[in-house]
Design a protein around this ligand. Structure first.
Ligand SMILES: Nc1ncnc2c1ncn2[C@@H]1O[C@H](COP(=O)(O)OP(=O)(O)OP(=O)(O)O)[C@@H](O)[C@H]1O
Ligand SMILES: [Mg+2]
Length: 351
């Protein structure tokens, strides 16, 4: 399970080490009664894989990263919005119309035939209205939640993940001097020195925990099984994530285009180009994702839409003659297009 998770979630061994024992405990039916199967608070800088962890777990357990019940706490910042989670009590206005989000049925839909453990994600918990935090406290404490119509939802077969950006600003301040964009160009920064890395990790962890203590009550924090602070991704992790994103792109092309599918090839020099552009201490792998979209996926989409890539073609993304571009070349035909800085696409087609 740890191996399957680490194939999807790169460079965050502490998160995997925290979660796996709880899943094993659940599978062995040894989880204590009257509480969720595990409660985790995931902290750390943006784009380091907090949400991805939960999606990866859903993928490993249930075969799809979407098999989870997600509550975007940003949508429940006002007290009255929290009612949407529970539904209105009978007799109240809107009782019939409101479909509560946290029903037993929806919880079961976040599990699968192969595993009955539901994955529940409360994303960006710091944005939640105090009522939602109180309500959650009850769930963490008793493993149950009473809905507006008085039915009881049982969370004993659920694993709850809370993600938060608390302390993230102080963390990025801590990181900037040693892991700025500058330090990654023109050559990618090497893996950080383990000693200074461990020191930095401890500092980030302390920042995260201090911010959590300021924002949440001790009872709330006490009911969390593990608090994990995510580490900034180093050059090696980002390179692995890029490889993963290119593989995902190929899988997506194969799935979506079916018989019209083609192969995409990104040689090492082009990968290095994407990494240099997409490495960001501030936005983690998010910036890398945007870079892949801009330099690879968008130009590719233009060619597909224009019918310029033929069935079974092999398209190679090469470094262009001028800096700041990738040239998409059909290995069977000639140069197809170049794209990059000079978007929109009309200017970049060079047939
Ligand atoms: N450790 C990682 N391993 C693999 N992919 C990652 C990792 N971190 C980030 N990514 C990629 O970057 C995208 C954004 O990551 P994710 O949504 O997990 O960030 P986050 O830590 O939840 O950030 P935020 O605090 O902004 O919500 C993911 O969809 C994934 O493609
Ligand atoms: Mg997130």
């Amino acid at each position: 399970m740890a191996v399957a998770l680490s194939r999807r979630l790169v460079g965050q061994p502490a998160a995997i080490a925290a979660v796996v024992p709880y899943v094993e405990m659940y599978r062995a039916r040894l989880t204590p009664e009257g509480q969720p199967a595990g409660v985790f608070l995931l902290l750390g800088p943006t784009g380091t894989g907090k949400t991805k962890t939960v999606e990866a777990l859903a993928d490993v357990l249930h075969g799809s990263p979407k098999k989870l019940l997600k509550v975007d706490c940003g949508e429940y910042q006002m007290e009255h919005e929290v009612a949407k989670l529970l539904g209105a009590p009978p007799g109240y206005l809107g009782h019939r119309e409101t479909q509560p989000l946290l029903t037993q049925q929806k919880l079961s839909a976040a599990s699968s035939e192969s595993c009955d453990l539901s994955i529940v994600l409360f994303d960006e918990i710091e944005k939640a209205a105090p009522t939602l935090v109180r309500l959650l406290l009850g769930v963490l404490d008793k493993g149950t939640l009473r809905l507006g119509d008085s039915t009881l939802v049982n969370f004993e077969k659920a694993m709850i993940f809370l993600t938060s950006n608390l302390g993230a600003r102080d963390m990025s301040h801590e990181l900037r001097p040693e892991f700025g964009f500058e330090s990654l160009t023109p050559k990618l920064a090497p893996r950080s020195d383990p000693r200074s890395g461990a020191n930095r990790d401890r500092k980030l962890d302390r920042i995260g925990r201090t911010a959590v203590r300021k924002n949440f009550s001790p009872e709330f924090i006490n009911r969390i099984d593990a608090v994990v602070t995510y580490q900034p991704l180093d050059s090696e992790a980002l390179a692995a994530i890029l490889n993963q994103q290119i593989e995902d792109l190929q899988a997506h092309i194969d799935r979506r285009l079916g018989e019209q599918a083609f192969r995409i090839e990104v040689p090492p020099r082009s990968r290095k180009f994407l990494l240099e552009r997409g490495a960001s201490a501030e936005y983690g792998a998010r910036e890398l994702k945007r870079t892949v979209q801009r330099y690879l996926i968008q130009p590719l989409a233009v060619l597909v839409a224009g019918g310029e890539i033929h069935v079974g073609a092999q398209v190679r993304a090469e470094l262009g003659p001028c800096k700041g571009k990738l040239v998409l070349r059909n290995l069977v035909q000639h140069a197809l297009a170049s794209a990059g800085e000079e978007w929109p696409p009309e200017q970049s087609l060079i047939n």
